[in-house]
Ligand binder design. Structure first.
Ligand code: FES
Length: 166
């Protein structure tokens, strides 16, 4: 009887510890992949216009997004995936955005390439004030639907997602 009670106690402890480990894992995964909130509406001062690259992108954590150029104009992209909201990282080797959650892929200016996302990446309004780019994270323009890629910029190398791309 005593050994049965001890066994039941140990089983409860193991279940409790397993639940704790599962909860910690879920929290860590959510914390890493979440989009860090919606465009909060803040106006974010970033960099001087000539610091924005036309090859590759500049990540600006304060605006939760990236700056790049299209035909000389600055484009400010929100890093939140238009599928289910994960943060979409830039892949240096392929020269495109690749979402690690379900494999949506976007070109350098956020236009849709493939995957379950319903549209391209959303963008913020951007203006120049006193020699600095100010991004308005409260003014979001939705990305275009699939089939509207205008940027003629093929991938530059291997994808970060792997050969199948999710
Ligand atoms: S959240 Fe990006 S593809 Fe699903």
């Amino acid at each position: 009887m005593e050994s049965y009670d001890r066994r039941g106690f140990l089983i409860r402890i193991w279940r409790w510890a397993g639940g704790l480990v599962a909860a910690a894992g879920a929290w860590t995964t959510w914390d890493v992949l979440r989009a860090n909130g919606a465009g909060a509406g803040a106006r974010v001062r970033t960099v001087a216009p000539d610091e924005v690259p036309s090859v590759g992108v500049l990540e600006v954590r304060e605006m939760k997004g990236y700056l790049t150029r299209q035909d000389g104009e600055v484009v400010a992209l929100w890093w939140k995936c238009p599928h289910l909201g994960c943060k979409v990282p830039w892949c240096d080797s392929s020269g495109q955005f690749e979402c690690p959650c379900h494999g949506s892929v976007f070109n350098r200016i956020g236009e849709y390439r493939r995957g379950p996302a319903p549209r391209g990446m959303d963008s913020y309004a951007v203006a120049v004030e006193n020699g600095e780019l100010v991004v308005d994270t409260g003014e979001v323009t939705l990305g275009d639907p699939p089939g509207n890629e205008t940027l003629d910029e093929p991938t530059t190398g291997p994808e970060c997602l792997g050969s199948e791309g999710g």
